[in-house]
Design a protein around this ligand. Structure first.
Ligand SMILES: [Mn+2]
Length: 432
């Protein structure tokens, strides 16, 4: 049996990761629960937040009321080095009725709630998501600039309990508001690209990179897990550079249909197709890049891989497909491919690395790619290897074709991928 558990209840009836000033009205005090009491019906007490005093006996607090709640814990495996039983357990609540108010973490979140329907604030959240709606260098189809807004919308229907990584929401996840400055840069850069003003696009790219780098730097200085949400893949540069400075010697795990090793594609220094070239060329602290899903590249890029002296290691998509179709040992292949990566790893995830049925709206879709579960196999193997995911980005999610009041399939997949990336990063951060 565990100690009494205190759950904080937010505005929309969703459990909060931590108490929050201004939002917290009541605290649900649960009696001791069995270790794996899935869905056990409990008598709990709802206590006005201002009555909570440290060390007080909560059951006797004036103004508290008895409520009925279905609650329990599920066991998480964070590895042998994780301290304390509390970190090993995630709390879930359901069927909570308090007067007429239903508290249900599985209920749809409010339309104005934060990412994943959470009420986190920048101060208390362990995770900061930085949206970067920029896609001016899109070489085929634009639309990734609409990614952050669409992913935010779709994220509100993601279940908070993740059976694989636990309950990432408990650490608090906050997405920064979309900055009109970035939107303005994108508007200007798109217009400049349309009239062939390459130098102007490059200048705006410089500004954008500096902005992303500075924001990321700040989040890292505050001790946050910093996640960048594109936008096209060019937006990752500043984020990777800030992470590389703070984690010298970190490696890169790169999911993508493309090698992204082109030099100034179409004249754009900061093209989405050049992101890995720029990382390799300009960020010397990164010793190893492992690429997965790659199935579309030019001669120059193949030469860059072959001439990199093992700095870039690419498992091509056709090699992966062959192993899969001939009954190869996929787990072994994943482990061997990840082996050269150092202890600290940044994950840069271009969603077009997945099978395009999972991202039909993305800017440059290519047949083939990873299934959902294959992508998860890579991430779980990385987490299981004992390495730490120090940061991540998700780019090229484009909600093409969805109506204004509708979540797009691209954004639904993107939101779930984002939650998993965050979950794995938090999990690996805890176990070191
Ligand atoms: Mn890419």
């Amino acid at each position: 049996m565990l100690d009494t558990w205190v759950a904080y209840i937010g505005e929309h009836g969703r459990p909060l990761s931590q108490p929050q000033e201004g939002l917290l009205n009541h605290v649900l005090v649960l009696p001791p629960l069995p270790h794996e009491g899935a869905g056990v019906l409990q008598e709990a007490r709802l206590v006005p937040a201002d009555q909570i005093l440290e060390g007080s006996d909560l059951t006797g607090v004036p103004g508290s009321q008895k409520v009925s709640v279905r609650a329990g814990f599920h066991r998480l495996d964070y590895g042998p080095s994780t301290p304390g039983p509390r970190q090993l357990l995630g709390l879930f609540l359901s069927d909570v009725m308090i007067g007429d108010m239903e508290i249900d973490p599985n209920a749809p979140a409010g339309p104005e709630s934060g990412i994943f329907g959470l009420e986190s604030t920048p101060k208390d959240a362990a995770v900061i998501v930085l949206p970067v709606p920029f896609d001016a260098t899109a070489s085929y189809r634009r639309g990734a600039a609409e990614g952050p807004e669409a992913v935010l919308r779709a994220s509100r229907q993601v279940d908070l309990l993740d059976l694989v990584t636990g309950s990432p929401w408990r650490d608090g996840i906050w997405m920064a508001p979309i900055d009109p400055v970035v939107e303005a840069w994108n508007g200007r850069a798109r217009a400049a690209a349309d009239r062939g003003a390459v130098a102007e696009v490059n200048g705006l790219g410089d500004e954008l990179n500096a902005w992303v780098e500075e924001r990321t730097e700040q989040a890292l200085a505050d001790g946050k897990l910093a996640i960048t949400l594109g936008g096209d893949h060019s937006v990752s540069f500043g984020a990777i550079r800030a992470h590389a400075r703070r984690h010298p010697g970190m490696g890169l795990l790169h999911f993508d249909a493309h090698a992204d090793l082109r030099v100034a594609y179409e004249g754009y220094t900061w093209s989405h197709a050049s992101i890995l070239h720029n990382v390799i060329d300009l960020i010397e602290e990164i010793p190893t890049v492992v690429q997965v899903g790659v199935r579309d590249l030019c001669d120059q890029e193949l030469e860059a891989i072959e001439g990199s002296g093992q700095r870039i290691r690419t498992l091509f998509d056709h090699e992966w497909a062959e192993a899969r179709l001939t009954g190869g040992d996929l787990t072994g292949l994943v482990e061997r491919t990840l082996a050269p990566l150092p202890q600290e790893v940044y994950v840069t995830f271009d969603i077009d690395g997945l099978d395009p049925t999972l991202c039909p709206g993305t800017g440059t879709p290519v047949p083939g790619g990873l299934s959902w579960h294959e992508a998860m196999l890579w991430l779980s193997a990385l987490a299981r290897s004992g390495r730490r995911i120090v940061g991540a980005d998700l780019t090229e999610v484009a909600p093409r074709g969805a109506g204004p009041e509708e979540d797009s399939w691209d954004a639904i997949v993107g939101a779930r991928l984002l939650y998993r990336l965050i979950g794995y990063a938090l999990q690996t951060g805890r176990s070191v």
